[in-house]
Design a protein. Structure first.
Length: 173
């Protein structure tokens, strides 16, 4: 996977929280999103380090929530109550950038943010290996399979334990 230069949104995830129609009120604050019952888009913003929540019907921005450094891949849990978001402390660089000119990576920022949809916030961060980029959630919701970009590896994370259970090399990027 090649690093992309300054990508504003790493992934858009359509996520339906309810099917009920209602008149649209003014955009609520992050803690009051429970009033919004229609389908939503959750968009990670890699450069600004936040998550935009958009009403999928009107395409109106509902709120933007700070997440941490470089949010990238995003996937819902099988029950759609939780979003998992890859967070990386590795500086953004294009494919031809001399990495020796970049600031050092902040490995303490690497992980998978566990975002509670009802609370509209990250409730914990679990280990995701080095520089997690994209991933998938197992159908039973027990594991996450993560591509670790700078380590050229895949990490398998046990969600309940919150840690990497296995990792193996995959080759360059």
């Amino acid at each position: 996977m090649l690093r992309s230069g300054l990508v504003a949104a790493s992934l858009v995830l359509a996520f339906t929280t309810a099917c009920r129609k209602q008149q649209q009120p003014a955009a609520p604050a992050a803690q009051d999103l429970s009033r919004w019952s229609g389908p939503r888009l959750y968009i990670t913003n890699e450069v600004s380090g936040d998550l935009s929540i958009v009403d999928a019907t009107s395409m109106r921005l509902l709120t933007t929530i700070p997440l941490g450094k470089r949010p990238r891949g995003i996937h819902a849990s099988p029950d759609h109550r939780t979003l998992y978001i890859a967070l990386s402390g590795t500086p953004i660089a294009g494919p031809d950038v001399d990495e020796s000119t970049l600031p050092p990576p902040d490995k303490s920022a690497d992980g998978i943010g566990v975002f509670d949809v009802a609370q509209s916030k990250i409730v914990r961060t679990i280990s995701g290996g080095s520089d997690p980029e994209n991933f998938d959630v197992s159908p039973d919701g027990r594991e996450i399979f993560i591509s670790n970009e700078d380590a050229s590896a895949v990490s398998i994370v046990d969600i309940a334990a919150g840690k990497v259970s296995k990792s193996f090399p995959t080759g360059a990027q």
